[in-house]
Design a protein around this ligand. Structure first.
Ligand code: ATP
Ligand code: MG
Length: 766
């Protein structure tokens, strides 16, 4: 027919169009990175809405992150012209799970105002249970059991379902009992954990067929992004919603679209409809499909399955056709995101994996710069942050937006170095998927101490730390101080100094306050005499602040102590405490604005589905990437998952991809010399080159502690230079040769890697 195609369909390629217009029956889009899978889902929703096939509330759409959900909503609104009044069931599995559970909490004996426990709460609770059982919680750590429960829940296993052997593995066979006790305890607290957000809805649907039927009728269309990373529980949940026994294709729509039958076309919308009436093979199966399934569309890429460690089952995507008979499988092969070099490098790398479906990918994207993927080497991680900072500033000078750049790290501890550097440079950045370094609780506390030493009138800082750690200076004291200070128009610290001379406070509080006032006097006196980093260290020690975290047994405490060390280290590059405080204040202040142009920093795991003009991938070293833990725990499978993560990283780049490795890395305060990642060897010569080393950040030229500590060492002694193209590249200039470890005539031989890689570098990742 000659009717005009709606605007949102224009520009799609034939396969994409088919995926958008095949609205009936199950559809699987299985395709590589950047081929438009997410775009297909978004357009499909727009198509459903603007042809009047369903109301927004009748579409169930699952994304992998909340951010992705927000973006999808915005895009849909753009496509259909802004008239979407919310999509209540568009979100992550968890957010949709919460919504379902709030509605039907009573069916699993919860109240609808249940609380959701975080990991810390869960560990604490389990610890109590272990102790209550009279078990040794050192021998049987709560954290370990929390992990087991999480694994069970990801597999959809409740306490009654867990196999004997699994349960025996903990506390001499008490695992099952403990799991029961844990669930009972949650119930009595009117609480649930993350796993329950999936488990409870599954239980509710199973036990209440009538209710399930209501949801079958409600959800006319189901769409799932990143299907390769669904776990078994999510899969069960989807299956329950997607299998609808015994409904005829003529049953009317629920929710107020009278007279329109399922499979009918919204003839009043004026849009083209012939594609919907479908190819013969679909329509012959229509009856059968309508009886057993509904209109489900899943999109994914087996090469981007990166959550196996959290229970994701890539098999879910591989057995889609079996689960949903009559499914149409659509492949997309054209990549719209990346240049040929980027795509070529990624494809070559991922070809080293064995367990994959394999697929063709091509791109027409022509970039005027047409640069290869660049591999860089730095002396240590500080140098790496410095070099990347310079690269970013160079791009900025060429009018590139910071918003178009991202740094993707393997483990979150890597972020600090970049944040430190960017604060120094005054370069805006945002951390996705976690707080920024200077926003972390322990950093803000410590900074409050420093501020109050440098600026005694800083009442906000005073109030923040006066009872942190706990000193028995509670609300009453603070209020008394407040009133005293206000009446005399003096800062609170000065009021404290006055008030301890009176008998206005109870003796205990007075004594505690006396100590605080004297500590601050002491630190202020040292301000001019003691080097500021030393003083900072003394402050957090003497105030009892570090001890507070040392005594804290939550899972987060060690990380907080690490961050405090990192904070002290970050001061090294400043002349004085005041200089440092000013700088942080300026940057923090400037960044309050969400819409600010800023570099994104995040883990590779949270970069899924995103894209940037320029992507920096630091830390490509054995033990960090591939991560030692995943090699130790899952061997070959672990290595393949790490490689998929590398594939995800490279394919986030549209135009420029920079990969970095360093020769020395400080991990949790200890220096380790490193070996370049084996993934570097797996990149193809044709699409990758070693970047020229610029004098400004050449490993040895720079002064500072790095050099003084290592001047005798050969900074690249631990780099193994590599065969083929890299050596050829390295021979081009002396500078680059240095980077590949041939500087002092080292043998350029590779050592073989065992199944689990070189030993002896356990790194605590995320
Ligand atoms: P990933 O596997 O990384 O999640 P994806 O397959 O979901 O990737 P999208 O993010 O949907 O890919 O698309 C990648 C980029 O290509 C986006 O910028 C998107 O707008 C663009 N794109 C997709 N299809 C087309 C098209 N037909 N014409 C022009 N650009 C397109
Ligand atoms: Mg996507």
């Amino acid at each position: 027919d000659g009717a005009k195609r709606p605007d949102y369909l224009a520009g799609l390629n034939p396969e994409q169009t088919e995926a958008v217009e095949t609205l009936e029956g199950p559809v699987l889009v299985l395709a590589g990175a950047g081929t438009g899978k997410t775009r297909v889902l978004t357009t499909r929703i727009a198509h459903i809405l603007s042809t009047g096939r369903a109301f927004p509330s009748q579409i169930l759409a699952v994304t992998f992150t909340n951010k992705a959900a927000r973006e999808m909503k915005e895009r849909i609104a753009l496509l259909v012209g802004g008239a979407v009044e919310g999509m209540p069931w568009l979100g992550t599995f968890h957010s949709i799970g919460v919504k379902l559970l709030r509605r039907h909490a009573e069916l699993v004996n919860l109240r609808s105002d249940f609380t959701i426990l975080d990991t810390d709460d869960v560990v604490r609770l389990i610890k109590q249970l272990i102790q209550a059982e009279g078990l040794d919680d050192k021998r049987w750590p709560a954290k370990q059991f929390a992990g087991m429960i999480d694994t069970w829940k990801n597999k959809g296993l409740g306490p009654a379902d867990i196999p004997e052997g699994d349960a025996r593995a903990f506390a001499n066979g008490k695992g099952r009992e403990l799991y029961f006790a844990y669930q009972a305890r949650l119930m009595s607290l009117n609480a649930c954990d993350f796993g329950d957000l999936l488990m409870h809805p599954i239980a509710i649907f199973r036990k209440n067929p009538d209710l399930l039927k209501e949801y079958h009728q409600r959800f006319r269309y189901i769409l799932v992004d990143e299907y390769q990373d669904t776990n078994t529980a999510q899969y069960m949940w989807l299956r329950l919603l997607a299998q609808r026994p015994g409904r005829k294709s003529t049953s009317p729509l629920v929710g107020g679209m009278p007279g329109r039958a399922e499979g009918d076309i919204a003839s009043d919308t004026g849009s083209r409809t012939s594609a919907f009436v479908a190819s013969p093979d679909i329509s012959s199966k229509r009856e059968e499909i309508a009886e057993t399934t509904i209109n489900i569309c899943c999109v994914g890429d087996d090469d981007q399955s990166i959550y196996g460690w959290r229970g994701a089952e890539v098999d879910n995507i591989l057995r889609f056709e079996k689960d949903f008979p009559g499914a149409k499988v659509i492949k997309l092969e054209r990549n719209y995101r990346s240049t040929e070099h980027i795509l070529g490098a990624a494809a070559h790398l991922i070809a080293h994996n064995e367990g994959r479906l394999g697929k063709t990918l091509f791109t027409d994207r022509v970039d005027p710069e047409d640069v290869k993927v660049q591999v860089h080497a730095s002396w240590d991680s500080e140098e790496e942050a410095r070099a990347i900072g310079e690269e970013i500033e160079a791009l900025q000078r060429k009018q590139h937006d910071l918003n178009d750049m991202a740094i993707l790290v393997r483990a979150s501890f890597q972020m600090r170095e970049f944040e430190d550097r960017f604060v120094t440079l005054g370069l805006n950045y945002r951390v996705i998927g976690g707080p920024r370094f200077y926003e972390r609780l322990e950093i803000r506390d410590a900074m409050a101490y420093f501020r109050l030493v440098a600026q005694p009138a800083d009442d906000l800082a005073f109030e923040r730390i006066i009872n942190t750690p706990k000193r028995g200076l509670g609300e009453t004291t603070v209020r008394a101080l407040h009133d005293y200070a206000r009446a005399r128009d003096i800062p609170m610290l000065a009021a404290a100094a006055d008030i301890i001379e009176t008998d206005e406070l109870k003796p205990k509080a007075r004594k505690a306050l006396f100590d605080v006032v004297h500590s601050f006097r002491n630190w202020q006196q040292r301000l001019e005499t003691t080097p500021h980093t030393e003083l900072a260290e003394q402050i957090i020690e003497e105030s009892g602040y570090t001890d507070m975290w040392k005594a804290d047994k939550t899972a987060e405490a060690p990380g907080r102590l690490e961050n405090l060390k990192e904070l002290i280290r970050s001061m090294e590059s400043f002349e004085s405490l005041r200089g440092f405080l000013e700088h942080v204040a300026l940057v923090m202040d400037a960044e309050q604005n969400e819409n600010l142009d800023a570099v994104s920093i995040m883990t590779l795991h949270s970069a899924k589905g995103l894209e940037f003009d320029t992507v920096f991938l630091p830390g490509w070293e054995e033990g960090l990437f591939p991560h030692q833990r995943s090699l130790d725990e899952s061997g070959r499978a672990g290595l393949e998952e790490e490689r998929r993560l590398a594939y995800v990283g490279i394919t986030r780049a549209k135009r420029r991809c920079h990969i970095w490795f360093v020769s020395n890395r400080r991990i949790h305060g200890l220096w380790q010399s490193t070996i370049p990642s084996r993934f570097l060897d797996e990149l193809p010569e044709t699409h990758v080159e070693v970047a020229e080393v610029e004098q400004s950040y050449g490993g040895y030229g720079r002064g500072g502690y790095g050099q003084s500590r290592f001047d005798k060492a050969d900074p690249f002694a631990n780099s193994y230079s590599t065969p083929g193209w890299k050596r050829a590249q390295a021979n081009r200039t002396d500078a680059t040769r240095d980077n590949w470890g041939t500087r002092s005539g080292h043998a350029v031989e590779r050592i073989g890697y065992g199944e689990s890689g070189p030993k002896g570098r356990m790194i605590d990742g995320e």
